[in-house]
Design a binder for this molecule. Structure first.
Ligand code: ARG
Length: 577
């Protein structure tokens, strides 16, 4: 769909070309001086360089042409050669109405559809889901939802860590305890750290664990049966936790699924001369001439023939190519794994596992830290379980809501609402930062109803919902969603409308940059602008029916845009709070 800014650009391009200048100079951008104008075009400066003329004169000539256009309410030429633009009320209102006419506000229209896979979550089976896995789940889920919103065919794969030494450790420890199978997830959660610790000091035990891992990976039936049980216990616990996070996966595949692809892949790489022996190990050289830092060879098999993390990731690509042949795969993983993925991507392209046109993207995220600036821990200094974190934040929200005496919700409703607001606090606190940066998890700040927080956004939406409810109570239940948008009556209203008009472009570039924080920044601005308009405007007591209806239409539309953003971020909205 053509958004407002595209329409304005078309007009200005035409004016440039009518003046005999290259039309690409007519790019319109949002103004960086909103106090002076709404949009601007800086093309006259570039034109002046090319034509060796004065930029101001060029801007003047172009502006003369633009004065004939109905798209602008004002066109000003400012030294040295800026074009300062204001959009006409008619075009702004018409543009918004056009957006409002389609469910997704026209966003997916005209976007070439891609087949995309997102590799995210990536928990390791048998270890409790802890906050180290929070970021991948939160960011990955929102990338998946953004892609779907734009109309792409997106598949999310959890890529469980279910095939490594941790399995052998548990099996070896069970054998020492004379147990065939683990009984519960809590038993597993006790065994794994115990066995892991033991293997550090007890060489004999470590040996055994490695043996069990080897047997498992080579088809030993007994070990496979234990592994299956561990997987079942773990997966049902993971599902519970991810559900609370409003995160769900299309595929519950794991490293183990790639296993059958390893042997043929390695053979092929040997046959084709890509894989070579180096100091006893089998490696692929992935260095490139332009590397400023050395990229070490990608290791396929250790000297004892065991496969590695890189081997599994390459074999997983073989599998994904066979089953899905995606146009793009996005890995949402801790940024400390950057080098690993550079090696994997290069090896996959070099050996032809994926075609050269397939986009392989690494979206590396930073660490969630505590207030001390170190990785977030429990008060006792341990790793915090995700469940505990969710419970803590929900408890905090519940307390805050209970303190609000005006609240007209039952205790159960308060509990549900608190859970949704807590989720928004955690997710927004995370997603509003650029993914690659570390951030500080600050529960007091994140749960505040004021400032750049999830609860503030939800609160703004609740405010809109409450006005719409009151409108229906007062004026009857006409279909207020069918009301027409009207011209802006104030500068606050126009500012709100301009921000609404930027929704589609924002969504498209946020996905291109894999940057959910852009959506957060957008809804924060939208909230501030809505609240300014709200404080300045008496909506329900307005006596002019047409004006009133126009505002109700604007509120419904604003709410629709908010809802899209909230859903795409993987947050949940609430009706009252
Ligand atoms: N399980 C891994 C970890 O905890 C993350 C997996 C990321 N995805 C992948 N395809 N390697 O570090």
């Amino acid at each position: 769909m053509k958004y407002l800014i595209d329409k304005l650009t078309d007009e200005v391009k035409k004016a440039f070309s009518d003046c005999g200048l290259p039309e690409e100079l007519g790019m319109v951008t949002p103004s960086n001086r909103p106090d002076l104008c709404e949009f601007q075009c800086n093309g006259a400066m570039a034109a002046a360089k090319r034509e060796k003329k004065n930029p101001y004169d060029i801007a003047l000539t172009v502006s003369e042409k633009l004065k004939e256009s109905k798209s602008f309410s004002s066109v000003e030429t400012v030294k040295p050669g800026f074009l300062n633009l204001r959009v006409s009320d008619e075009l702004l209102t018409a543009s918004l109405s056009e957006m409002n006419d389609s469910d997704d506000c026209g966003v997916s229209m005209g976007i070439p559809k891609k087949k995309i896979m997102i590799d995210y979550g990536g928990p390791n089976v048998a270890k409790p889901l802890h906050i180290g896995h929070l970021r991948s789940a939160i960011i990955g889920e929102s990338i998946k939802r953004m892609g779907r919103f734009l109309g792409h065919e997106v598949t999310g794969d959890i890529h469980l860590g279910d095939w490594g030494l941790q399995m052998g450790l548990i099996i070896a420890e069970l054998r020492e305890r004379n147990k065939e199978f683990p009984d519960s997830i809590s038993e597993l959660e006790e065994i794994y750290p115990f066995a892991s610790e033991k293997s550090k000091s007890d060489g004999g035990f470590k040996e055994k664990a490695m043996e069990e891992t080897y047997k498992l990976q080579h088809g030993d039936e007994k070990n496979l049966a234990v592994w299956k049980r561990i997987l079942e216990l773990s997966v049902s616990d993971l599902k519970k936790n991810y559900e609370r996070l409003n995160v769900d996966f299309d595929l519950w595949k794991g490293e183990s699924d790639a296993d059958p692809y390893i042997a043929p892949m390695v053979q092929k790489m040997k046959d084709e001369g890509f894989a070579k022996m180096s100091q006893g190990a089998l490696v692929i050289d992935v260095s490139e001439e332009s590397d400023s830092k050395e990229v070490p060879p990608c290791m396929l098999l250790k000297s004892d023939g065991a496969s590695l993390y890189t081997t599994t990731d390459l074999a997983t690509l073989v599998e994904r190519q066979k089953d899905y042949a995606p146009d793009q795969i996005i890995y949402v993983v801790d940024k400390r794994q950057q080098l690993h993925f550079t090696q994997v991507f290069r090896a996959a392209k070099k050996t032809g596992i994926v075609p050269s046109g397939t986009e392989l993207d690494f979206l590396g995220f930073g660490t969630m830290n505590g207030k001390d600036g170190k990785p977030f821990k429990t008060r006792e200094g341990g790793v915090m379980r995700l469940e505990v974190l969710l419970d803590d934040v929900t408890g905090e929200m519940y307390k805050k809501m209970k303190e609000n005496e005006g609240i007209s919700l039952t205790d159960e409703e308060i509990r549900d609402t608190a859970e949704s607001i807590a989720l928004s606090a955690i997710k927004y606190g995370d997603l509003s930062n650029q993914a690659s940066k570390d951030y500080i998890f600050d529960i007091d700040k994140f749960t505040s109803f004021e400032g750049n927080t999830g609860p503030y956004i939800l609160y703004t939406m609740v405010r809109i919902k409450s006005i719409l409810r009151k409108y229906e109570e007062q004026y009857g239940s006409e279909d207020s969603y069918a009301f027409q948008l009207k011209k802006a009556q104030s500068s606050a209203e126009k500012a709100l409308m301009l921000t609404l008009s930027a929704f589609g472009g924002m969504m498209i570039s946020a996905f291109k940059e894999l940057a959910p924080h852009r959506i957060c920044a957008y809804i924060y601005t939208l909230s501030n602008e809505f609240n300014r308009f709200y404080h300045e405007t008496r909506i329900l007591t307005e006596s002019d029916e047409e004006k009133r209806k126009g505002w109700i239409a604007l509120l419904s539309f604003t709410l629709k845009i908010f809802s899209h953003c909230i859903r795409v971020l993987g947050m949940k909205e609430v009706d009252r709070m």
